[in-house]
Design a binder for this molecule. Sequence first.
Ligand SMILES: [Mn+2]
Length: 455
Amino acid sequence: MKFAHIADAHLGAFSKNPPLRDLNLLAFQKAIEKCVEEDVDFILIAGDLFHNPIPNMDIVKKSVEIMKIARDAGIRIYVIYGSHDFSLGSTSLLDVLASAGIFKKVVKMERGERGIILREVKDESGVSIVGISGLSSSAEVKYFEILDREYLERIENPKIFAFHTTIEELKPSYIADKHAVPKSLLPSNFDYYAGGHLHEKIVSSLNGSPLIYPGALFGATYNDLDILERRGFFIVEDFKPRFQEIKVCDFFKKVINADGLTARELNEELLSLAGEDYTGKVVILKVRGELKAGRIADINFHEIREKFKESAIDVLINTYALRKREEKIREVIGETKEEIEENVFREISKFGLNFTKELFHILRERKPDDMSNRVFEERLWSRVYSLLLTAGENMEGEEKSKEVKKEDRNKEEKERVSEKEERGEGREKKREVRKRERRKKESGKTTLFDFMEGA
Ligand SMILES: [Mn+2]
């Protein structure tokens, strides 16, 4: 007796990224083809066959075509629901495909006197399969607790227990699954425990029988792609599992440390890295560290990605851990909260104290209950815009007037001079702000941060 244990195919994952979506489907196809080549009696899929309860129709079509390869070779397919391809109280695609005879669901639950009875499905090879679906919620442990274990343990051997659950003792350290089920809640006396849900390959045992998570066939998330090393499924012959690797592409993974680099230098480094040859590879970059100067927005990730894609299948650039150097505020002293606040503003503000105070005043205002979000937003921005337009003048004015106070003689004359300068420079500043505003409007990407940076 020989069967294949597959889990977490997540067909339809990466729906917004066709190259990865197709690689994921290809991994499933390769696995099924391998099953035919190995001439297994049946394939057991331990949950998350699909990424969604109702996937796109083109995904469904492709998936059914692939499963037909096995069916046409006389291989039976058994499926349990995972946490992704199942939604409580509604019909999932799995039900439709089961009705169409593509596969058999092995989840058959009944309420019995001593708890929930999971009915076995007997395969032609003589093996009984029992399955429990994944719930991924607090109900899950409860579910296991009220299983009629006696019934399960009395089912004649050989038998397989399929589940889609995190087992507490086996969960990788990076997984924070609050609803893990302890090993002790699994029924004993089974010949094989077919796990799904954890995307990493895990080989363990329970009372001498294999307890296995094959892991994802490809990966369902960018994080999966980053952390998974060897992917595949298990061929199980007379209950002896053997890992079958499935490889649809190579990965190029690199961590780039931006510490001490300027934004421009980092941009250059990434561009030159992108110029190498990545044929047949998915590139996964993690850029981390603190830029010495420049802004993250100064790095042209679009251009870098496009350059990588000239040879790579796809490129993923993770910049979550990339920072620009924080402007440090020197110790600021004041007697009252307001005074300290003013001194901080004086310290960090390029447009002057009044500008910053006014900006904060505008931003602090709450939306009146009877005003729509749109109107409130429009009003807010128009106030910020007009504040920006006068910002140049305010800044010059403040600085000049400080100087003026120091000088007692020629006071009036100086003031007149400074006013002239103020108007001249103010106009220039105004133009600059207008220009910037227009640019931002055009690019359509104005965020609050653009303004805060100027403040
Ligand atoms: Mn999964």
